[in-house]
Design a protein around this ligand. Structure first.
Ligand SMILES: *[C@@H]1O[C@H](CO)[C@@H](O)[C@H](O)[C@H]1NC(C)=O
Ligand SMILES: *[C@@H]1O[C@H](CO)[C@@H](O)[C@H](O)[C@H]1NC(C)=O
Ligand SMILES: *[C@@H]1O[C@H](CO)[C@@H](O)[C@H](O)[C@H]1NC(C)=O
Ligand SMILES: *[C@@H]1O[C@H](CO)[C@@H](O)[C@H](O)[C@H]1NC(C)=O
Length: 619
């Protein structure tokens, strides 16, 4: 009986959906679009056909044979696009970079023409006042052009090139190599590759220019928070086109079709939900999964609670500890007097997969640095998890400046170090300690809980993935994790395969935040200052400067912080293979800071120095 209903409804639904979509598509911007060898890309890039959907139009996306071209400036030239890297994208962060080829410079370098070193390289478009985004060159360095009659004697670690007609060229991949002997020479700033080959200046400099895109706060807020589109008016001044103003331009016919279609679709959906709901009650797939799970796992340590018991334990949900996307957490007390944290999951979120995942994952674990699951509840659509209570709450409360004011306690370096070690031990256990390898996929300060002695415990296994030990890499569907902590390979397979090293990346990001006591990515700084904390600290570390962080009181604090910074930077290497395994991380944390090697500079980072005219090119 119900299957007949379903068939009719599905037919109606499928018939109407294309209509609705067709009407909607007219103005809706696609969240991402495929573009040949560039893979899927998204805002601020856009298709040339949809200049209203982004700031940087890309042509030839639908033609597999033609090179993709990008226009960097309204009515400007088109340049071949080499690659696109979009690592993070969320309301607060948007780190986007791309590499385009400057054909003019390309031919000069290819033909080993010394004119390539004639001038500082600047982005090939004029300044303008369209305040929507800034573009700047990611990697560049200074070359020294020295008149031969000067007979300079530069330091021996500099490379030289003596075949240009009028001058000798000196350069180095360490752009800080200012040397008094080169004072009389002319400086030329040129873009370089992220891993330059220094033997020949024509391959050392590059015409494939790695360019970082930084949205202005106004544009980021417009696009990510208000759901609008960043646009420039005829005078190239930024304005935010919101859904309302876009809809206003649609004809009333389209609006009517859309409205009607939506109304019918919603009505049908409601009917379907009703049908499913009735059936679901009879045969709850989650319950079935739990039964299978219980059969497979044998008797659990974890107790199964009725919903009424949960209500009693939490005193009818009186004391709320927190709220997240998953639901809410309440403080409770078990009959035996132990305090617990009860996580109530929102209803109808999914088919219960995350829930089963969490129960299955944690009930297998037992480690001092992993939160202890005492019980769970699964009754109808009500689901809850009962954990041991952690009196100091989550780590996030203690490390970010804005929160610390509320908790009036700042963690000292020793405690931070202790926490870093604890979390690494917990992760090591997950990755290696149990029968199966568990990948957490959502390591961040939020998910690290602290007991009364500030011992850290990893929590929130909603996204975890269990693999057999033999699987060294895994496949996952859909992006997992939290922006700012997700490893690049989880975002795009171009960066490598997803593995336990993805957790190491998130761990590294977290360690750097703990050390810096700030979010790694802030948008509320202007474009000439360092936006990206890992970059900033890397530069300090590399040049052996004082780290200048708060709370470093003595030399041993300084050593701890330096050590954690180096480890953090190793962990956030772009390529998973360059990152250490978590056991290696523990080894590094335990060794002397003098013995640690400074890692290569992480991939998406700011230029080493910031001459104002190069760092603030405005689109
Ligand atoms: C690109 O997007 C399409 C749908 O928009 C999706 O099916 C495909 O898996 C995506 N490809 C990658 C590599 O993410
Ligand atoms: C390039 O820029 C640097 C730093 O701004 C400046 O000192 C130098 O004179 C410039 N060189 C040329 C060839 O314009
Ligand atoms: C190099 O220096 C000599 C003598 O100072 C001068 O005559 C010559 O024009 C200079 N060459 C260049 C290319 O600047
Ligand atoms: C250039 O570099 C080579 C090898 O490093 C060195 O032997 C030579 O003396 C250098 N020449 C100049 C003019 O500095």
């Amino acid at each position: 009986m119900s299957s007949v209903y379903e068939l009719v409804l599905s037919l109606l639904f499928c018939g109407l959906m294309p209509l609705v979509l067709a009407a909607g598509n007219q103005a809706e911007c696609p969240p991402s679009f495929p573009c040949g060898y560039l893979d899927n890309i998204s805002f601020p890039f856009t298709l040339t056909e949809r200049p209203d959907c982004g700031l940087l139009p890309i042509s030839n996306c639908d033609d597999p044979l033609k090179p993709k071209m990008i226009q960097l400036h309204k009515n400007g030239l088109w340049f071949p696009l080499v690659r696109v890297a979009q690592l993070f994208s969320s309301p607060t962060t948007s780190l986007t970079a791309f590499q385009f080829r400057d054909t003019n410079l390309y031919h000069l370098l290819l033909n080993e023409n010394c004119e390539a070193f004639g001038n500082n390289y600047t982005l090939p478009f004029p300044h303008s006042s369209g305040f929507a985004a800034s573009l700047y060159i990611q990697y560049y360095t200074t070359l020294f052009r020295c008149n031969r009659s000067l007979h300079v004697s530069p330091p021996t670690n500099m490379h030289n090139y003596t075949k240009c007609p009028d001058y000798d060229l000196y350069y180095n991949d360490n752009p800080k190599a200012e040397d008094a002997s080169l004072r009389a020479c002319t400086k030329v700033l040129l873009p370089i590759k992220d891993a330059p080959d220094a033997n020949n200046p024509f391959t050392f400099a590059t015409a494939d220019i790695f360019t970082k895109v930084e949205l202005t706060d106004e544009c980021a807020a417009c696009h990510y928070r208000r759901g609008g589109q960043c646009q420039l008016d005829s005078r190239e001044i930024f304005f935010c086109a919101t859904a309302n103003s876009i809809a206003g331009r649609r004809s009333w016919i389209v609006k009517m079709i859309l409205g009607l279609g939506l109304a019918v679709t919603i009505a049908l959906l409601l009917v379907m939900v009703k049908i499913y709901h009735t059936r679901w009650k009879k045969q709850n797939p989650t319950n079935q999964q739990i039964r299978i799970f219980l059969e497979r796992e044998g008797p659990l340590q974890t107790k199964r609670y009725d919903y009424s018991e949960i209500k009693k334990v939490t005193n009818s949900f009186r004391n709320k500890l927190g709220q997240g996307g998953f639901g809410s957490v309440y403080k409770g007390k078990l009959p035996d007097g132990r305090y617990v944290a009860v996580k109530i999951l929102s209803e109808l979120k999914d088919n219960g997969e995350d829930f089963i995942n969490e129960v299955a994952t944690i009930s297998r674990t037992s480690h001092i640095n992993i939160v202890n699951l005492l019980g769970f509840c699964c009754e109808g659509s009500k689901r809850a998890l009962v954990y041991e209570f952690m009196s100091n709450g989550s780590l996030e409360k203690f490390i970010f400046e804005e929160n610390v004011i509320k908790t009036d306690r700042q963690l000292d370096c020793q405690t931070i170090y202790h926490i870093a070690i604890g979390v690494a031990r917990g992760l090591e256990y997950l990755h290696q300690g149990c029968n199966t390898r568990i990948l957490h996929f959502d390591i961040k300060p939020h998910n690290i809980l602290l007991d009364e002695n500030f011992n850290p415990k990893i929590s929130d296994f909603g996204l975890a993935k269990i693999c057999t030990r033999k699987e060294s890499m895994i496949s996952i569907f859909g992006a997992r994790g939290t922006a700012g902590y997700i490893a690049p390979e989880v975002f795009s397979r171009n960066f490598g395969t997803v593995s336990h090293k993805s957790d190491v990346y998130s761990y590294g990001m977290m360690i750097l935040e703990m050390v810096g006591r700030r979010k790694n990515i802030k948008t509320e700084v202007n474009c000439s200052s360092e936006i990206y904390f890992p970059d900033w600290i890397y530069n300090r570390l590399e040049s052996n400067e004082e780290l200048g962080l708060q709370n470093i009181r003595n030399e041993s604090d300084d050593k701890l912080v330096r050590k954690m910074t180096i480890v953090g930077l190793w962990c956030i290497q772009t390529h998973p293979s360059t990152r250490p395994a978590i056991s290696k991380v523990l080894e590094m944390l335990g060794s002397k800071v003098e013995l640690l090697q400074i890692p290569p500079k992480p991939f998406l980072s700011s230029p080493p120095t910031s001459p104002v005219h190069l760092s603030c090119e405005t689109l």
